[in-house]
Write a protein that binds this ligand. Sequence first.
Ligand code: FAD
Length: 444
Amino acid sequence: MTRAALQAAISGRVLTPGEDGYDAARTVWNAMIDRRPRFIVQCAEAGDVVAAARFAREYDLELGIRCGGHGIVGHAVPDDGLMLDLRPMGEVTVDPAARRARVQGGAMLGALDRAAQQHGLATTAGNVSHTGVGGLTLGGGMGWLARQHGLSCDNVTSFEVVTAVGDTVRASAGEHADLYWALRGGGGNFGVVTEFEFALHPEPGRVVSAEFRYTVADARLPMRRWRDLSGAAPRQATYTATIAGLEVALGLVWVGDPEEGTAVISDLADELASVAEPAARVVEPMTYLQLQTREDDVEGHAWRRYWKGHYFNALDDELIDSLLARDGTDLPNVSLQAYGGAIADVADGETAFSRRDTAFEFVAASRWQDPGDDEHRMSAARRYAATMDRFASGAYVNVLGDDGDAGIRRAYSEEKLARLTAVKDEYDPENVFHLNQNIRPSGR
Ligand SMILES: Cc1cc2nc3c(=O)[nH]c(=O)nc-3n(C[C@H](O)[C@H](O)[C@H](O)COP(=O)(O)OP(=O)(O)OC[C@H]3O[C@@H](n4cnc5c(N)ncnc54)[C@H](O)[C@@H]3O)c2cc1C
């Protein structure tokens, strides 16, 4: 097994330990991940994916797939295996007349947002522009447009995929429909996606973001009021709340006509103030691209990270009390983001993505720098999130940790899992693609 043989087979670059660029290429978003692949293949084209995957099979190397490198548990980076680094395949081509974007498998969300906005178009993407289109879309893809246009995966009209045996196939409603179904929510289990085709929507790019800030001690009644109003919110509004330390921010993000948004926000402000005056109000008009990059720095690289996630079908009063029970130190920050709208319009059986009846997605996220704090910070996050276990109705596959089959059962119903397993049996019976939230083939 030689580096030269691998390099001869591909047009991109091969990196091995010690070479220039190797450490940068194996570094992912979560600084807890420090793994050393035997080979990193920086794929320049789909043919490189085929050749590198064949090489990995021939030499029995574990295969990791890296797009944005934001997967919280770092499945993209295999220790002593072969990492397909798709980032050189990061192009986005927009056809404004057809309202379609062709997005290479290693593109970042920012590239998709920028290319589409040049034509006054957009599709659902996540909240941080350095996240990869690949992992985000294959697991679902929640963003500020989802209540209007569905999840990212709901907007994929076709995928070009390199399968476990090295075939290149197109999956859409009319071709390999079972694979098309599984790729919309089933993660990186079924092959390497070298191209996504997305539907785009007219989006003039005007946004208003609103936050009303309270201390934890004062937030109970306003949070209940905020929850009551969220159910009837127009689709342009995504209700969102954060808890950082002992500060709670209740609000919404409005994507649409700013005047209409300002009126909705002003109603929310009045309602909240009627139960408790906020300590601060922050109402900011901005462009869609500003919204899509505003968390880029605070969600930057080089921090050690740990997450726990839940889906909640309702935020009842007791759950709100648990969220606000912030008596420990070093607790994780919390974000709540409303689902509903177009996400729930799609019938559950239509895609692998599950739990479409979710009202709010919850993520408890810790970050720190000293490895000596690992255990303490992770156990604080686990303890806090566990106080909400009984209210949860599953979890988003893209925020699961290393929870194995138990995590998979939180993400998918038994029925979904059976169907996903059948697709896995067909396209990857040897479980070549197992470094992910793994759908195991039958009998494995
Ligand atoms: C800062 C931050 C913000 C986030 N915000 C959001 C958000 O707003 N909405 C949301 O829904 N999620 C969000 N997430 C979660 C995000 O969806 C997942 O972390 C996702 O896995 C990131 O994808 P990636 O391509 O960046 O990661 P990677 O680590 O590169 O990939 C994760 C996994 O996806 C698979 N994969 C990636 N690309 C491909 C491909 N082309 N073909 C086949 N398999 C592939 C592989 O199995 C890989 O291990 C966020 C995460 C972070 C860290």
